[in-house]
Write a protein that binds this ligand. Structure first.
Ligand code: AMP
Length: 407
């Protein structure tokens, strides 16, 4: 069953056409800089040559039409008509308290996504634009929303409540939500497939380390805590986001630097984290290269990042009263042996030992055990695939909806 997975940003539409039955990519790509003088359009079919071009694309609806035109063009032969697509799966970042699972999109769901605009002002509005564009261009095809927050619905109140007046939770829903849920879900399920232990008895720590980074404690298959919170700004230090701060620092910065709330927001989201610490780059590859040339601030940024990982891993071993496996995923987690080794160094007393040779020989795209045989906690690199989770969920929900008469 072909599912079109869509992930919309404020000026971009990423897509992945997936065969959900075979779990394979058919074609992926993106339209970037929507609304700019020229937009960039990229397509990467699994079979056939890649294409990159510039065009004028002024809206998300036009971007989606551009994608459909490419997929349907007789010269590309990817699909013969839009009806070949049996479901559209939308990544929606914030589902608030309402959505525990993926859902078929109707007016009520769209209204709930709108209600969560304040909780995710950078993400939910473009996610809704993507939904409206797909409804416009693919009106007869079931649309499914898959939420980044959904997997973390199992986090109990003692972990999701903040120590602020309870009325703020009741009135404004200020609580921990957690993000990267589809990724934490996917890599933990990949681990369960590998092991003969029953899921209900298994405790896993999933480290999603990309430009955004979060760590989740997963017990019996359910998320019971995660490092990101009310928004994706909190938790460990990230590419450009600060992660956790003493809240008093915010008032202090505003006073001392004489800046307003919106500048503070930009500072914490876009100019902090690895970029802010190093004063050089947010990209881990650049930082590693520069640190190896002796740059002290780049080295410090790496040190903070690895220390944060160690802190969360140690904490989550504590809250779960042990751990069976630690999983590394996303750009840094999958590709940097140095960060994995440094983050989990000197944890032998907690039962964590990395095998240097296994760690150095991880092949891209492959699940690889990197712990030593003597390590009581296993450590794996597990490539993530959020789009596949979205495609499978969308296929399941579309099939159950009765809106797919061709099935
Ligand atoms: P993501 O957000 O998952 O795409 O991850 C992006 C991050 O992964 C960036 O900081 C990249 O520098 C980092 N990354 C990708 N490949 C490597 C690598 N070989 N070594 C270190 N970091 C990497």
């Amino acid at each position: 069953m072909l599912v079109l997975v869509i992930n919309c940003g404020s000026s971009s539409v990423k897509y992945n056409l997936i065969d959900s039955a075979n779990e394979t990519d058919v074609c992926k790509g993106m339209v970037e800089r929507i609304g700019a003088v020229t937009s960039i359009v990229k397509h990467e079919p699994t079979e056939g040559s890649r294409r990159k071009e510039t065009k004028v694309i002024s809206s998300h609806t036009e971007a989606l039409q551009e994608i459909l035109d490419y997929l349907m063009s007789p010269s590309n032969k990817i699909i013969s008509s839009a009806a070949d697509i049996k479901a559209v799966g939308h990544r929606v970042v914030h589902g608030g308290e309402k959505f525990k699972d993926a859902v078929l999109i109707d007016d009520e769901v769209k209204e709930a996504i709108k209600q969560a605009f304040d909780l995710a002002p950078l993400h939910n509005p473009p996610n809704l634009k993507g939904i409206e564009a797909a409804e416009d261009r693919l009106p007869d095809i079931p649309q499914v929303a898959v939420f980044d927050t959904a997997f973390h619905h199992s986090i109990p109140p003692h972990a999701y409540l903040y120590g602020i007046p309870n009325r703020l939770y009741r009135r404004h829903k200020i609580r921990k939500y957690g993000f990267h849920g589809t990724s934490h879900y996917f890599v933990s399920r990949q681990y369960y497939k590998l092991t003969d232990k029953s899921k209900t008895e298994t405790r896993v720590i999933s480290c999603h380390l990309g430009n955004g980074a979060s760590i989740a404690a997963i017990k019996g298959g359910d998320s019971i805590d995660t490092s990101m919170g009310f928004t994706p700004l909190s938790g460990m230090v990230m590419g450009t986001r600060s992660g956790d701060l003493d809240p008093s620092i915010l008032f202090y910065i505003m006073e001392k630097e004489e800046i307003q709330l919106n500048s503070l927001h930009a500072m914490l989201n876009r100019h902090s984290g690895l970029l802010g610490l190093s004063g050089y780059a947010s990209d881990m590859r650049d930082l590693i290269a520069e640190a190896s040339n002796g740059d002290r601030r780049c080295q410090q940024a790496i040190d903070v990042f690895c220390y944060d990982i160690k802190k969360y891993v140690g904490t989550y071993i504590g809250v779960m009263n042990g751990c069976d496996a630690i999983l590394f995923t996303a750009g840094i987690g999958e590709n940097s042996s140095l960060i994995r080794k440094k983050a989990l160094a000197d944890m032998e007393n907690l039962g964590i030992e990395i095998d240097e040779i296994r760690n150095e020989n991880v092949q891209p795209g492959e699940i690889t055990k990197i712990s030593a045989d003597s390590s009581t906690i296993e450590v794996y690199v597990v490539p993530t695939n959020e789009e596949l989770v979205i495609a499978i969920d969308a296929a399941k929900i579309a099939s159950a909806s009765g809106q797919t008469p061709w099935l």
